[in-house]
Write a protein of this length. Structure first.
Length: 468
């Protein structure tokens, strides 16, 4: 049957089909071609699965130039009969009766040759790396995790809130933000008396930036709708070139009215276990490939988190454990210092041998909005620590007491006038509430076993790199 008269089915569906002897149509990109002058074996993939479907071609029945143009990377449509495979590695294959070449691919210049490529090389060719087995698996899993996040919160009755990408507030107070302006940078207006930029003349009438977090706006939603979550891009102008940092990344941030810190920890544990279970149940072939080719401990580590309760300990207990370990840490350990990945991984992988949630951090190393404990030295913060990665979730019970919140804002020298709307929520019907943030790419690192955060986002944005 001619190609134009048939309905295409995906390679994933064809490989799972038991209806051998039927005519089908598949379309995709050539991964490999081998054979001789009489017969060719074409491995075809359309992105729907990690597995290729084999196309068996009697070269004598096709135009010689067509067969010559079917090279690695070429895009073709194939109609033919689905039959039981005569070889090993697949249950079915297609005996081609008609082939249409959609797009040639010059074998001499195509970057993805039949050999292993370094991750750095593939980052430089990020527009094509989706076609490799590794990145096909990673981005199929990324889709599944995004879907699972929405499903989890929807099934729990949370509302999806779209918080602004352009904002005048700095949620974290760190100041590492990208400025947004409509000014002609060759002619920026200034205030004559001070020489400072006149932001009142800018598009929004004030200084604005790309958001570092949707949390503060998310709290407004939670204090009216009860339980909300955000899931969107966030931006940090941090000049960091580590395998754990991006300047553009995605965050999931639930905020819940009437949740205390214990409720918050319970939700965080349930949430990440749900996501890991969803990946194991729905992405098994891609996970098995990554476990085999990228990280041989991946599936074991996923099950480790899934099958263990999360140990709950205080920051103070963690510091005591780290000091007692007697190790020479790259970053010194002392009460009042923030914990680093090496400390967090030691607690999870060597001391507790379980995922860990740490609470009650010193207030001086945490954000202004976290609820203070009665000792006035610590806050009701929580960090969820995973093997291989360290902190994957950070959250807290929020400070609902307006006097304590105002005192903390002044103590940290934050602009109270810019936070008037946030402070109002404590003035008009304040309520206990909590929330946390999960970096989507940090989750993806854990679920895929990839070692560099630039390899779990389609187009990484890092210092001096904004290609594609």
């Amino acid at each position: 049957m001619k190609i134009e008269l048939m309905k295409r089915i995906k390679v994933k569906e064809a490989l799972a089909s038991h209806e051998t002897g039927t005519d089908i149509l598949v379309k995709g990109w050539v991964r490999t071609k081998r054979g001789n002058k009489n017969i060719s074996f074409i491995a075809l993939n359309d992105g729907s699965t990690i597995n290729n479907i084999q196309i068996v071609t009697d070269t004598q029945t096709f135009d010689e130039n067509l067969i010559k143009d079917i090279t690695t990377g070429a895009c073709i449509a194939v109609s033919g009969k689905l039959v039981e495979s005569q070889g090993q590695g697949q249950k079915v294959e297609i005996i081609a009766s008609d082939i249409e070449l959609y797009g040639k691919c010059d074998a001499e210049t195509y970057p993805l040759q039949k050999k292993g490529h370094s991750m750095e090389f593939l980052r430089e060719n990020a527009h094509l790396r989706f076609r490799t087995n590794t990145f096909g698996a990673v981005f199929r899993i990324r889709h599944s995790m995004a879907y699972a996040i929405h499903k989890y919160f929807n099934d729990k009755g949370f509302y999806y809130l779209h918080t602004p990408i352009i904002t005048a507030s700095d949620c974290e107070g760190a100041g590492e933000m990208f400025r947004v302006t409509a000014f002609d940078l060759k002619n920026v207006p200034v205030i004559p008396e001070t020489g400072k930029v006149d932001f009142k003349s800018d598009f929004y009438g004030k200084e604005t930036h790309l958001t570092v977090s949707g949390q503060l706006e998310g709290e407004l939603g939670a204090l009216a709708l009860g339980e909300i979550y955000t899931f969107g891009p966030t931006f940090r102008a941090e000049n960091s070139n580590t395998p754990r940092h991006l300047s553009e990344f995605w965050m999931i941030e639930p905020e819940m009215a009437f949740y205390n810190i214990t409720d918050n920890m319970d939700l965080a544990e349930d949430f990440v276990k749900y996501l890991i279970r969803y990946a194991i149940e729905n992405c098994s072939e891609d996970l098995e490939f990554l476990n085999s080719m990228i990280d041989k401990g991946l599936i074991e580590r996923l099950n480790f988190v899934l099958n263990n309760s999360f140990i709950r300990a205080t920051y103070t207990e963690a510091v005591e454990i780290l000091i007692a370990a007697g190790r020479k840490w790259e970053y010194p350990v002392a009460w009042g210092r923030d914990l680093q990945a090496e400390h967090e991984r030691y607690l999870v992988e060597e001391h507790f041998k379980q995922p860990v949630i740490l609470t009650n951090y010193p207030k001086d190393i945490k954000a202004f909005y976290m609820k203070q404990n009665d000792d006035r030295k610590t806050v009701k913060a929580m960090d969820v620590l995973f093997p291989g990665i360290g902190e994957i979730i950070g959250g807290s019970q929020r400070e609902e007491n307006i006097d304590r919140l105002l005192a903390r804002i002044k103590e940290m020298k934050l602009p109270e006038k810019d936070l008037w709307w946030y402070i109002d929520t404590r003035r008009f019907g304040s309520a206990p509430h909590s929330g946390f943030g999960l970096g989507f790419e940090r989750l993806m690192l854990f679920v895929t076993g990839m070692s560099n955060i630039r390899d779990v986002i389609p187009f990484p944005r890092t210092p001096k790199n904004a290609e594609f």
